[in-house]
Design a protein around this ligand. Sequence first.
Ligand code: IPD
Ligand code: CA
Ligand code: CA
Ligand code: CA
Length: 265
Amino acid sequence: MNNNEIFASASSWIKEAGERIKESFKTTLNIETKSNANDLVTNIDKETERFFITKIKERYPAHKVLGEEGNGDTLKELSGVVWIIDPIDGTMNFVHQQRNFAISIGIYENGVGKIGLIYDVVHDELYHAIKGEGAFVNNIRLHTLEEATVSQAIIGINATWVTPNRRIDPAVLGALVKDARGTRSYGSAAIEIAQVAAGRLDAYMTLRLSPWDFAGGLVLIEEVGGVASTLKGEPIQLLDENSIFISKPGLHEEILKKYLGNKKW
Ligand code: IPD
Ligand code: CA
Ligand code: CA
Ligand code: CA
């Protein structure tokens, strides 16, 4: 695939989609719930996904699309060129705050991440990476990540995981939260992964994400020398739900060893 040509298309479409989303602030949203009362989806999530699918199928008929709202292809494997799209990551923020949400796109060729784009629409920050060419925010190159330690780290983590929940003993991450310099929770996995790539967060972790939440971000992280795995330190499966642990080097090892590795959970 021609990475630069496809990136040019993707970045112009993502900006156009961002403009449409901002226009929607003037309209009344149609809000529905999905798996539970707090799992929201709006007409704009669906329209934005359809916007990308129409553009992609018109320009690149052989490419496949995997999108959160299900308007794309049903995929069992990642052969060929696949666009993995979250039309709005952070729908709850979109509905409640009209900010702190992003469009996330990861473009993979035979399972290898080639292009990642995360567009923080309201702050007009476009993070992008092209495999082998580095990662950027608004075209300014991001630095390679340096090693960090827990005591100096700001960690992106949602309070859910340090209170009783179905997936992890709250004491495991509670100990980490206590030892870290600070924690943050932005409510958009894509933005949080992009913040790690930009060095604004030292790590981000969560117990369950879907491919469209992390596909774009993984390309960014690889280009800045970050480490990405599940919370058990295993490789992330691109087409499955995974726990996700993204971090600066050094810090990733320290957290796995001291907090995650020696506990049964
Ligand atoms: C959600 C956001 C949120 C994360 C959830 C995701 P959505 O995506 O990324 O930060 O904690 O797990 O589902 O539904 O707003 O696209
Ligand atoms: Ca959703
Ligand atoms: Ca999402
Ligand atoms: Ca979404």
